[in-house]
Ligand binder design. Structure first.
Ligand SMILES: O=C[C@H](O)COP(=O)(O)O
Length: 274
């Protein structure tokens, strides 16, 4: 199925910037202001393409104040949350707290959580369920390591990460989910999976959802690609029919570069890809 019909995207593209452990609360405000001003100066159509940022927890109150005070057309979310709602969990952050700060989204199961903190699919499921309890949209991150890619089992591996979570969710919930495919070997390395690699996996993820949860879930679910995305490669990635957005790490720390990524349609026209 085409992703643009009568000039409109069937699923609103999501351009998401994950700042990771960068930008203190002052730097974060400046970065967000510059990013939005750059887009507004370029007459960016925020209602056509959704822009979201994932700052460190300590920035969220400032981001909330800026976004609400200046009525900025951007969404934001946490980079992680606790599976629990409240209590004796030193250092953890409840989904309820994120919701109270105006977060719309929360990342779950990012590969850096999986590798650096030993979080498996069971933890990802518990965190997705916690996010849903608090009215947050989980952005579930899945993807394979270099070893798995070299063994040729990347599709089965990644579908396994997906089904471990969505197997416990109903179709209406899955239709509103965001899933980010991030091959670990392409994160922060400068290596970017080719557009065909991104499409192969996103198509496999969508068809797996169709098989388990039906057409409505498969057609509603937004699938992102993440891994060394830049303004120079985003157009080719976004031209793929099953890729609904990108999750950007390093390049989201530069306001001009991230704004140019969000303006991927401009590059599609320029590059003659539409
Ligand atoms: O969350 C973002 C991904 O880990 C990609 O990071 P990157 O764009 O720096 O490769």
């Amino acid at each position: 199925m085409a992703k643009i019909v009568d000039g409109k995207f069937l699923r609103r593209p999501l351009i998401a910037g994950n700042w990771k452990m960068n930008m203190d609360h002052r730097q974060g405000i400046t970065l967000l202001q510059k990013t939005v001003w750059t887009l507004q100066d370029a007459n960016f159509t925020f209602d056509r393409v959704e822009v979201a940022v994932f700052p460190p927890f300590t920035d969220l109150r400032g981001v909330q104040t800026l976004v609400a005070g200046d009525d900025l057309p951007v969404a934001y979310g946490g980079q992680d949350l606790s599976p629990a709602d409240e209590g004796a969990y030193t250092g953890d952050i409840s989904g309820a707290f994120l919701k109270a700060l105006g977060c719309e989204f929360v990342l779950v199961g990012h590969s850096e959580r999986r590798t650096l903190h030993g979080e498996g699919d069971d933890v990802a499921l518990a965190k997705v369920q916690a996010a849903l309890r608090h009215g947050l949209v989980p952005v579930l991150c899945v993807g394979e390591s270099l070893e798995v890619r070299q063994a040729g089992t990347h599709v089965a591996h990644t579908l396994g990460q997906l089904s471990a979570v969505i197997g416990q969710l109903d179709a209406a919930t899955v239709a509103n989910l965001v899933v980010a495919y991030e091959p670990v070997w392409a994160i922060g390395t400068g290596e970017v999976a080719g557009p065909a690699d991104a499409q192969e996996m996103c198509a496999a993820l969508r068809e797996a959802v169709r098989a388990s949860h039906g057409d409505e879930a498969a057609e509603g679910l937004r699938l992102l690609y993440g891994g060394s995305v830049k303004a120079a490669n985003v157009a080719a990635i976004m031209a793929e029919v099953d890729v609904d957005g990108v999750l950007v790490g390093g390049a989201s720390l530069d306001a001009g570069e991230f704004a140019n990524i969000a303006r991927f349609e401009q590059h599609l026209v320029t590059d003659g890809q539409r």
